[in-house]
Design a protein around this ligand. Structure first.
Ligand code: SAH
Ligand code: SF4
Length: 340
């Protein structure tokens, strides 16, 4: 029997695993606490477990996060981590400091099959899905790499890949992140960003996870959106926004709409006003992402005045609109610059 990676298990599954070894449930809770809450991988160091169990565990279990194979530190303080998976493939995670926040951006797939025209990850195609353990393993590995005293406060699913196209692993990873004997994050500190898969949104609505949702919109007409995002040819803006309206948002929570600003493509004042109209009645906020350029990209970032004018038009229409001046651009760690 090969050793099972405990990072593939929810805390409840770890408890069941330990019970199957003939131990009481509380031993399983202790093990989950060591692995997830304390971040300890070495069974020998788990001092409150009986010696017999500590000695049996290595034959049946392992705590195996992806290995950090490279770190790129940006001028703005964000750090891009290159993580090696067991099959030799690589994914990237980005640690982004911002005031008293420390946010980790995780990947859910190697590559991505959605082929959005402005996204470098999209040019890779989909290599494969990540497992739940490979997703939470990024959090585990990033946390272990922090200087002492530093603590991750937020996790965003905005790295490589489309979370809802890797649905089961994403949902399992979310459950491990929010479980008290898992990483113990408040769901309000976790955000899942999606290209807007209508079926996936409908499924996610039933999970009662209460995490934040960010929907990548990037256009106000089907014509432009289908040009930028092939996914829109199957499910148009009306379908997507209807699914967003049906999504059961927890009280006081708002849905984020991401809008990457592309010079001369989707950044006119008229489009800002149309965006505000389309989002009417939704508990929404807009996150504007000035395009992050990459070699060979067919788009440009608009001039700063145009970005600010777009934001101003949204604010004037009564919407909350922030601009995400991306982090880590100089090391290829900004939104849409991840590829391996
Ligand atoms: N697949 C998911 C999450 C990953 S991308 C999604 O598409 O939502 C995170 C955000 O960055 C998305 O809103 C995406 O559209 C945006 N993005 C992709 N490439 C970008 C680029 N080059 N510049 C700015 N934003 C980009
Ligand atoms: Fe995939 Fe998101 Fe990039 Fe589109 S923007 S190609 S969905 S990672």
């Amino acid at each position: 029997m090969s050793a099972t990676n405990l990072l593939e298990m929810t805390p409840d599954e770890i408890v069941a695993f330990v019970e199957a070894l003939g131990e009481p449930a509380y031993r399983g809770r202790q093990l989950a606490t060591w692995v997830y809450v304390k971040g300890v991988a070495d069974f020998a160091a788990m001092t409150d477990l009986p010696r017999g169990l500590r000695e049996r565990l290595p034959a049946v279990a392992v705590v195996s996060p992806p290995a950090i194979v490279a770190r790129h530190v940006s001028r703005d303080g964000s750090v891009k981590l290159e993580l090696g998976l067991a099959d030799g493939r690589r994914v990237q995670s980005v640690v982004m400091p911002d005031g008293d926040r420390l946010t980790l951006c995780v990947s859910t797939q190697v590559g991505c099959g959605f082929g959005c025209a402005f996204c470098l990850t999209g040019t890779m195609g989909l290599e494969r899905n990540l497992s739940a353990g490979e997703i939470v393993g990024q959090v585990w590995a990033a946390r272990a790499s922090l200087p002492s005293g530093a603590r991750l406060t937020h996790v965003v699913f905005m790295g490589m890949g489309e979370p809802l196209a890797n649905y089961a692993a994403t949902v399992k990873a979310l459950r491990i992140l929010v479980a008290p004997l898992g990483f113990g994050f408040s769901p309000r500190r976790i955000t899942v960003s999606t290209v807007g898969l209508v079926k996936g949104l409908e499924r996610l609505a039933r999970e009662n996870l209460r995490v934040n949702l960010a929907v990548s919109l990037h256009a106000t007409t089907d014509d432009v959106r289908s040009r930028l995002m092939p996914v829109n040819r199957g499910w148009g803006l009306d379908d997507l926004l209807a699914a967003c309206r049906r999504f059961p948002l927890p009280v006081r929570q708002r849905m984020t709409f991401e809008y990457t600003l592309l010079d001369g493509v989707n950044d006119s004042a008229e489009e800002a006003r149309r965006l505000a109209r389309r989002l009417q009645g939704l508990r929404a906020k807009v996150n504007l992402i000035p395009f992050n350029e990459w070699p060979g990209a067919a788009f440009r970032r608009p001039a700063p005045e145009r970005i600010l004018a777009f934001q101003r038009a949204l604010l004037d229409a009564g919407l909350t609109a922030t601009i995400r001046w991306s982090k880590g651009e100089d090391v290829g760690a900004a939104c849409g610059q991840l590829a391996s």
